[in-house]
Design a protein around this ligand. Structure first.
Ligand code: ZN
Length: 271
């Protein structure tokens, strides 16, 4: 009898462990989106103001899920508040507004500094000598479930949604890229057959930007995108969401590929 009691207790514990997180998530999602959270979106995320109601509601649901699942941690003396959580979650969820995937399943922690922060870097010079030092950063995306952000840069990037610079979109694009198993500029696409065209378009566009950067020519996308294909995807994502009409005019094939991937046309939110 005794082993049976232990077995039942064990099964009950396992059942609760499985059921409890799902229950807590459903309860969080069922709650009304707080009016003060919506005021934060209206103040800090301009696309929200121009979206159709059904997409606002979808974004609200995604944000509720995001803030329920992810842990925000203040660094450098920063105390996390709702404005930080909702602004960061809003920008992150904008990228997955119409995608069928879950809300950044692998992401667990978001570390936020008050301003740009120093991170260790290694530099390889042309003769192969490696030196290490520190570089100023406004954001970093890691493959082990964490994103690091500067709150000051987040706020500047999200409030100005027309200049093509948005560190939140940039770092969360890296997280999406990582879903394929490596951060290499080729995220998970719907069909295997889609990779051929994706690779053709992205390779050509990346080479063009590398040449623009090398010869100091002006370009729509930031020259930082010429660093490597992963940075190109993140920078192209910033431009796609913030300057969609110009990208559609100047880089129609790239716009089409990103529109297929994000399943959205951000021109509908811009004037
Ligand atoms: Zn990057």
């Amino acid at each position: 009898m005794l082993p049976y009691v232990f077995l039942s207790a064990g099964l009950l514990a396992i059942g609760l462990a499985v059921w409890w997180p799902g229950f807590r998530l459903r309860r969080a999602m069922a709650q009304q989106f707080p009016p003060e959270w919506e005021r934060i979106l209206i103040a800090n995320l301009p696309p929200y103001r121009r979206m159709p109601v059904k997409w606002r509601q979808r974004l609200q649901q995604l944000i509720q899920r995001f803030v329920h699942e992810k842990q925000f941690v203040g660094n450098g003396g920063l105390v996390i508040n709702d404005e930080m959580r909702i602004t960061i979650a809003g920008a992150a969820c904008l990228l997955v507004l119409n995608r069928p995937s879950t809300v950044y399943q692998a992401l667990r922690f978001i570390y936020v500094y008050p301003d740009s922060f120093h991170a260790p870097v290694k530099h390889h010079d042309e003769s192969g000598v490696v030196s290490s030092g520190y570089a100023s950063r406004s954001g970093e995306s890691w493959s082990n479930g964490k994103v690091i952000l500067s709150w000051n840069d987040i706020l500047i990037g999200t409030r100005n949604f027309t200049d093509g610079n948005n560190v939140a979109l940039h770092e969360f694009a890296h997280q999406l890229d990582q879903e394929s198993g490596s951060t290499n500029g080729a995220p998970l696409l719907d069909r295997n057959s889609a990779y051929t065209r994706w690779a053709e378009v992205f390779t050509q566009e990346y080479r063009d930007l590398v040449n623009d950067a090398r010869f100091g020519r002006q370009s729509l996308m930031d020259h930082y995108g010429a660093t490597n294909p992963a940075e190109f995807f993140a920078v192209a994502t910033e431009t796609f969401f913030e300057q969609p009409q110009t990208m559609a005019d100047k880089h129609p094939e790239l716009f089409q590929q990103l529109s297929n991937y994000y399943k959205i046309d951000p021109r509908t939110w811009h004037d």
